[in-house]
Ligand binder design. Sequence first.
Ligand SMILES: [Zn+2]
Length: 207
Amino acid sequence: MQIHAIEADPIRKQSLDKSFQCFATAIIFERRFAVYQLRLRVLTYLGIVTPAVVGITYVTYGDESTLTLCFVALAGILGTIQLIVSLWAVVARWDEELEYSEESSLENRRLSLIFDTHARMPEVSGAEATVLVGNANRDLESLEARDRLKSVSDGEKRYGYRAALFEKDLVCKCCDKTPSSIEKPSDCKTCGCYRLLPLFTPIGALR
Ligand SMILES: [Zn+2]
């Protein structure tokens, strides 16, 4: 169905807007998922590799070797850092954040697809559309309530909005431009003005 036909139908237009909104939210939680996954993997890796390297060095060179003493000293520093970060990971519940981010991104993707299908497919109409959209609206309401508890920052919202504009090749309502990149945000107060830090650092879009 053509975009002007969708916009002429208020119900389909509403579904198209919701599809966009769900897609943007999915992108935000996908980014969070990647960040928490990487952090937890690094912590697990350090927990295995540090004692393993010290053990191999000890067996190979003995406990009097300078190399062994250097590795033990280094392992002590790494172990302390790992312990501090691991404790923070427990307190900040990184594993729960990882799990929720995955669940929310998948659910938002699913709802985005349903709303998009309803908006664009002429054959989805009448009673079928009422059931489809009714169920999706209920799911979305519940999901939004849970997502709100996750404190999505303004920067993240702009990041998600820009990513959705980019993916769907749409024009920003504020700067009237289609984003050419997500990695390099513009100065637009609606689809830019965020700082995409390297993946291990805080949740993507800040400032
Ligand atoms: Zn803009």
